[in-house]
Design a protein around this ligand. Structure first.
Ligand code: CO8
Length: 258
């Protein structure tokens, strides 16, 4: 397993656990973190033994944002010519499922990375926010779009314009997180959920992710057609035969990923 400077990567059975590990900066996302996450996520996607990934931080902070100290001196030309933050699209291109397990602060880029996950499980101490306006900028890693899709315009606009933080209960009520668990149980709960997903037919998991994400890009009729085509396609797999035979024979399915 690769040796990283700012993240820890462990394999727990079929689940990859990635932990952001810059405690001195509350896991602020600098270019090293991005580079290492791109590498770790690509390795996960390519590893046939791994079927779900959990991304987490520390108890105090999932991530307190993009690294302000790294951005501070940059000008427009630096940002524009390097297409700053475009690398995150490589993380969102991950085809296999992954979960963000959020404890403590998920602010700015931290909230945005959590929202890149397929879903978020939050500790009851989680705090989400897009405080960039307080720094004289705006969300820059998808926050204005993903937060609005997740919680609707009124709340997203209020969050982005005031920079206020949203607690875990409000985040669950608003549809930002899938579930809230006691902070002390967060990692166990997230790993348990990841194991459940990892035990499913791998091709069906890929297709599920692809079709749910298509909602963001397609109208209803086109999206339903897309879903149906993927559904039809799964009838060409051995796992569909196995899954339906296993149901009829009242036994668990044994997946081949074929
Ligand atoms: N970047 C760099 N360092 C940070 C960051 C950050 N985002 N957040 C915290 N740190 C550092 C602090 O500077 C401090 O370091 P030091 O001890 O060397 O001074 C250390 O982490 C601990 O932080 P605090 O002492 O501040 O801890 P507190 O418990 O007092 O406060 C907070 C915790 C409330 C989370 C506070 O740290 C905070 O407000 N952090 C900044 C939150 C923020 O504004 N995030 C948004 C950043 S901007 C962004 O994510 C996207 C920008 C989009 C730009 C688009 C460009 C294309």
């Amino acid at each position: 397993m690769a040796n990283y400077e700012t993240i820890l990567v462990e394999e727990k059975g079929a689940v990859t656990l990635v932990t952001l590990n810059r405690p001195q900066a509350l896991n602020a996302l600098n270019s090293t973190v991005l580079k290492e996450l791109i590498d770790a996520f690509a390795a996960y996607d390519a590893d046939a033994s791994q079927h779900c990934l959990v991304l987490t931080g520390s108890e105090k902070a999932f991530a307190a944002g993009a690294d302000i100290k790294e951005m501070q001196s940059q000008g427009f030309a630096d940002m524009y010519s390097s297409n700053f933050f475009a690398g995150w699209e490589k993380v969102t291109a991950t085809r296999k499922p992954w979960i963000a397990a959020v404890s403590g602060f998920a602010l700015g880029g931290g909230c945005e990375v959590a929202m890149m996950a397929d879903f978020i499980i939050a500790g009851d101490n989680a705090k989400f926010g897009q405080p960039e306006i307080k720094l004289g900028v705006t969300p820059g890693m998808g926050g204005s779009q993903r937060l609005t899709h997740a919680i609707g315009k009124a709340k997203a606009m209020e969050m982005c314009l005031t920079g206020r933080m949203m607690g875990a209960d409000e985040a669950e009520r608003s549809g930002l997180v899938a579930k809230v668990v006691p902070a002390a149980d967060l990692l166990d709960e997230a790993l348990k959920t990841a194991e459940t997903i990892a035990a499913m037919a791998p091709l069906a998991a890929l297709a599920t992710k692809e079709m749910v994400n298509a909602t963001y890009e397609m109208g209803l009729a086109q999206g339903i057609n897309f879903e149906r085509r993927l559904f039809h396609g799964l009838f060409g797999t051995e796992d569909q035969k196995e899954g339906m035979a296993a149901f009829v024979e009242k036994r668990p399915g044994e997946w081949k990923g074929k």
